[in-house]
Write a protein that binds this ligand. Sequence first.
Ligand SMILES: [Zn+2]
Length: 255
Amino acid sequence: MKLKRQKSNKKLLHLYQQIFSFREPFQVIVDADIISTAVAQKLELWKALERTLQGQVKPMITQCAMQVLYVGKNKQQIELGKEFERRRCNHFEDPKSPFDCISEITKYRYNRNRYIVCTNNVSLRSELRNIPGVPLVYIKRGVMILEPASPATLNRRKELEEEKLGVDEEERRLYEGGEPESKISNKKKRAKGANPLSVRKKMRVDDRSTLRTEGMSVGDGNGHESKNRRRKKHSKLNGTENSNPHDYIEMGRTD
Ligand SMILES: [Zn+2]
């Protein structure tokens, strides 16, 4: 059971490292409540965090949480709190509840500081599950548990992976000597615009109208011209201002 948990924790941490750029030492925000729990259950908090997160950790405590410990006047709890780096939450003059304090610093730019939050406060964990990429840790019956990734975290991972896949596909095309998707679609559009059939048809209509003005009859009215008439047309046009290369090629053939 323990091995199974270690494996799933490893997988989870890999996700946070790969998708959300978490790095060791992991910064863990602990609240006052978890410190009192650790003291009561004689749990070595720092070591338990390292075991659970399978790497180096940097436990941190906010000014507000430290204030709660000072008010509680439990020496052991205060000593434990002082072992951890103080996180300046800037609520010093107007201390906030652990819920408000920790959710504020974690929500800051979608957990830009890559905090892992260690709290037994159920409503705080529930609140923080709404932010993608916030690992949550709590203690249950003396055992430290890393929560499974929240739906918000999994959705964000899906989005990022899809974005990445799009880029990779583009890179693959370039690497294989192909052209990027955007160029291909442009090419398709160009080809559509320059359909040789439609161009030829247009030319015939133009030619016909030119010939009509010169008093000549053309074809059978269905776009079919006799070879004879075409020759006439070309000999007439030969050496004139007509500079369409297509016409010169045809003239060469018929003359
Ligand atoms: Zn605070």
